[in-house]
Every structure is written in structure tokens, then in C-alpha cells.
Design a protein around this ligand. Structure first.
Ligand SMILES: Cc1cc2nc3c(=O)[nH]c(=O)nc-3n(C[C@H](O)[C@H](O)[C@H](O)COP(=O)(O)O)c2cc1C
Length: 179
């Protein structure tokens, strides 16, 4: 009887191990990259990393943006000039990631130009890029054409406008990336 119990326990343990590792493999390795000027998008990025077990990467401008009023003008000029503002730092091990969440505030009804600098800096072939944003009311959809064009080779996943942090958990669960 005891042997039978031990055998069942061993079989159960093997099934659990195989089951969990299969799920981890299906999700692949996750990166949560984000640009945030005032901290809202950063908070969402941290929540996504915590829900998925992904690594965080902050997209930081080589030249910091000025205070709010001036930043409005700088960001507008960058958009009008189709600029690609330089980023401080790089994801050296991008090849390791299968899924890359990319977050940003909506700026002038689009993704900030620095997010395009980031997306154009890597080969996303074979990877899934999932956009998320915060805004003062503009929808995520305003930015999707730019993201699609800049993320060469990527499959674009179902993104979210995450102005309400409580929307993150059900969205991640729906994508199948909850850890
Ligand atoms: C330069 C600039 C442009 C903005 N343009 C828009 C916009 O077009 N639509 C909108 O709803 N909010 C706009 N906002 C507001 C931000 O999208 C919003 O406050 C966002 O949550 C900020 O995210 P962050 O804290 O991660 O920087 C803009 C803010 C700035 C600084």
C-alpha cells in the first residue's frame, strides 16, 4: 500500500514538473520595456513585470526631457520632424526574449518618437511585441500604426490602454502570460 502511494506521488510530481515547464516554454522569456516621463506608464510596466515574471527595461532619453510645458513643445517638434531621439543604454540580450511588452504615454495622439527609436533598434523577427500605454484620454489605437511600422518582423499582440492599473491582471491572464 505504502509503495503504491509512493509510486502515485512520484508520477504526480513528474506530471506537475512537465506541466509547469511546458507552460513556461509556451510563454517564452518576457521583456517589459517602457518609456515614462511622469511615472504612470512605469507603474503599469512594473505591474506587468510582476504579473508575468518578465524583466524590466527603462527606455531613457540620452538628453532628458525638460519640464512639462516645454516638453509639450519638444515632443511636438520631434513628431513634426519625424525625429529619432537617442536612447541612453541598450538591451544587450534582446535575442533571449520571445515576448516584448513596449509601454509609453500617448504623446500628441501617437507613440513618443523615442519609442520608435527603441523599436527600430532591434530585429523583432520571430518575436511578439505587445504595446501598452497610458494617456489623458487618447486611445492606444492612435499609436498602433507607428508601432507596427517600427517593430520590423514582429507579430503585434493585443495591447491595452492601461489608465486603470486594475485592468492589467485580467488582460495578462487573457493573453496567457500570467506566471
Ligand atoms: C508631451 C506630451 C504630450 C501628450 N499628448 C497627449 C495626447 O495626445 N493625448 C492624451 O490623451 N494625453 C497626452 N498626454 C498626457 C499623457 O499621455 C499622460 O499624462 C500619460 O499618462 C503620462 O504617462 P507617463 O507618466 O508615463 O509619462 C501628453 C503628455 C505630454 C507630456
Amino acid at each position: 500500500m505504502k509503495k503504491m502511494f509512493l509510486l502515485c506521488a512520484a508520477i504526480f510530481a513528474v506530471f506537475c514538473t512537465v506541466g509547469f515547464s511546458a507552460r513556461a516554454e509556451a510563454a517564452g522569456k518576457i521583456l517589459v520595456a517602457y518609456f515614462s516621463y511622469q511615472g504612470h506608464t512605469e507603474r503599469v510596466a512594473q505591474e506587468i513585470a510582476s504579473q508575468t515574471g518578465g524583466d524590466l527595461f527603462a527606455i531613457r532619453p540620452a538628453t532628458p526631457y525638460p519640464g512639462y510645458d516645454e516638453c509639450l513643445d519638444v515632443a511636438k517638434a520631434e513628431k513634426n520632424n519625424n525625429a529619432r531621439p537617442a536612447i541612453d543604454g541598450r538591451v544587450e540580450n534582446m535575442a533571449d526574449y520571445d515576448v516584448v511588452f513596449v509601454g509609453y504615454p500617448i504623446w500628441w495622439y501617437d507613440a513618443p518618437m523615442i519609442v520608435l527609436t527603441f523599436l527600430e533598434g532591434y530585429d523583432f523577427s520571430g518575436k511578439t511585441v505587445i504595446p501598452f500605454a497610458t494617456s489623458g484620454g487618447s486611445p492606444l489605437s492612435d499609436s498602433l500604426d507607428s508601432v507596427r511600422a517600427a517593430a520590423s518582423g514582429a507579430t503585434i499582440g493585443e495591447g491595452i490602454l492601461a489608465n486603470d492599473i486594475d485592468d492589467v491582471a485580467p488582460w495578462i491572464a487573457g493573453l496567457g502570460y500570467a506566471k
